[in-house]
Ligand binder design. Structure first.
Ligand code: SAM
Length: 257
């Protein structure tokens, strides 16, 4: 039976590749690499670097594909749904046209496939369409959350306390949930500026794991402007940015024990 190997490749440093991920890379008969725009060109370059460094299977074929553009008009959910269907159609065509009955297709997923990534959901669209049968195997990768915590040398959680993992869009609508710690990803609006707590602290990281990595931390009220300005300049310089941050608000005595 055909197989799809979903390989977590880490968050920007080729050396995030685990031994298991390198093994999986070399089991693939075909690797499918997405390309799109400035940001994706860099991400594609990291994937190519990973292949150059770790791929020793000379028979493996690397195929590029252009990621369909997500429609920005209409309802967000509809746009995402159509976008996923379009990518599912590419996966299906590749499986049927490029991957033999007993061969393996490898997908290189940024960070880990379980964290704000739709590859596994898209694969389920292909499966339910029913035009091709295959099994799936997932190889975990180092996430941007781990790269952030490692960069700052901090633990993600305080003892016995929860952490809410959320998006910038959600944080901009108000502090999420009951946790006093929020790990924020996918933030195009610098939602940390909406947190009005004089005692909150922030640990921010951009381009984590890459040669452009920037780390800033401190009291949120003191750092918000510096981070906003640093982010703006870096984005201007590189043409793209990916950043992640942890905000920690004081916890009750009981919770912080
Ligand atoms: C679509 S999500 C993918 C997350 C990925 N699956 C992971 O495990 O980290 C993209 C978001 O992850 C975060 N991210 C991914 N790589 C990053 C990096 N190298 N530096 C900073 N943030 C990163 C950013 O918040 C970005 O908006």
């Amino acid at each position: 039976m055909r197989k799809i190997l979903v390989i977590g490749i880490g968050a920007g440093n080729p050396e995030h590749m685990t031994v298991q991920a390198i093994g999986a890379l070399n089991r693939a008969d075909v690797l499918l690499i997405p390309t799109k725009g400035d940001e994706k060109a860099y991400l594609a370059a990291v994937r190519r670097d990973i292949c150059d460094r770790f791929l020793t299977n000379a028979d493996c074929r690397i195929l590029d594909y252009s990621v369909p553009v997500r429609r920005a008009d209409g309802a967000y959910a509809d746009g995402v749904h159509d976008w996923h269907r379009a990518i599912a159609a590419i996966y299906e065509r590749t499986l049927l046209g490029e991957v033999g009955e007993d061969q393996t297709l490898g997908l290189l997923v940024w960070g880990d496939p379980m964290l704000y990534d739709s590859t596994l959901r898209i694969i389920e669209h292909v499966r339910t369409a029913g035009n091709v049968t295959f099994e799936t195997e997932v190889i975990p990768g180092i996430t941007s959350v781990q790269a952030l915590c490692a960069g700052h040398g901090i633990a993600l959680n305080r003892i016995g306390l929860p952490v809410e993992i959320t998006t910038g869009r959600r944080l901009s609508e108000g502090w999420p949930g009951t946790a006093r710690d929020a790990l924020v990803m996918l933030d195009g609006v610098q939602a940390f500026r909406t947190v009005d707590d004089p005692e909150a602290e922030i640990w921010w990281g951009a381009y984590l794991g890459t040669p452009h990595e920037i780390l800033l931390s401190g009291r949120l009220a003191d750092m918000a402007e510096t981070i906003t300005e640093t982010r703006r300049k870096a984005r201007e310089e590189h043409g793209w940015i990916m950043d992640t941050y942890l905000i920690r608000r004081p916890a009750s005595e009981e919770g912080a024990a």
